[in-house]
Design a protein around this ligand. Sequence first.
Ligand code: NAD
Length: 288
Amino acid sequence: MKIAFIGLGNMGGGMAANLVKAGHEVNAFDLSPDARGSAESGGCDAYDDAKRACEGVDAVVTMLPNGAIVKSVYEGDVFGHAPEGAILLDCSTIDVATAKELAQSANAKGYDMVDAPVSGGIAAATGGTLTFMVGGTEKAFARAEEVLQAMGKAVIHAGDAGAGQTAKICNNMLLAISMIGTAEAMNMAEKLGLDPQKFYEISSQSSGYCWSLNAYTPMPGVGVQSPADNDYKGGFATALMLKDLRLAMEAAETAGTKTPLGAHARELYEAFAEENGGLDFSAIIKSL
Ligand code: NAD
């Protein structure tokens, strides 16, 4: 398949290289010449014009910072430049409303489109082990699956357009809340004189069991190896968690649903991100 890939940053760079490894021909575009250079080393054909990168392709994949940029790229560079009938896949994390609006515009112009945000960080993007949560019609999903399989270990159809973004922000709101809860409990156990490792051993096999405790223990030297054991470097940046919590709170307001813990998690991450946006999100334990 011939695929245009737009947005070759921390995530997109590795994802585009995995498409090449799977035998696809990839036209790569990014505003940054450095990113284009790395994509070329990964076997892509680098373009300095997004519109030209989209000409004659079967599919377009985007991995961009936010909804406003995604909208401007599709409206300015993809629609009308990618051949009619191409499948369009936006893998960025963006707001649900923009994802739905773009899918509608794409359909009206003769394209199939899915929102396909990912779970898994830079290592999973490079290793081809991302999880994709996909929103779109059955037909669009079936077409998108072949492209996504080359970049991930799981591709799940969440529902209609926007459902992928909905799944992503609901999951990450839950993750933020559970990380704060885990961090609070570990700190309190320690302050009360309980060995944190004992707490981990007990709670990870009791009803406190959860991903934040069992698979991503936020205290250095306790539980499993995690960014905590590397001074909270690498992993999933606090700034990105805050971005997802903001999107979640916007969506909660639109849907008229109460999310008191989600709102509180956003406040805590907002305060923590002021000075620590680059640290892994589990570093929130230091502020509690
Ligand atoms: P990044 O900032 O490293 O990469 C974004 C790239 O987009 C940059 O190379 C930038 O030059 C390029 N870009 C910006 N505007 C552009 C435009 N108009 N045309 C072409 N290229 C443009 O970001 P990232 O970490 O790769 O994240 C990308 C997306 O993936 C975001 O939506 C993020 O929320 C999501 N995500 C990231 C992670 C992670 O761990 N980094 C995990 C899950 C999801």
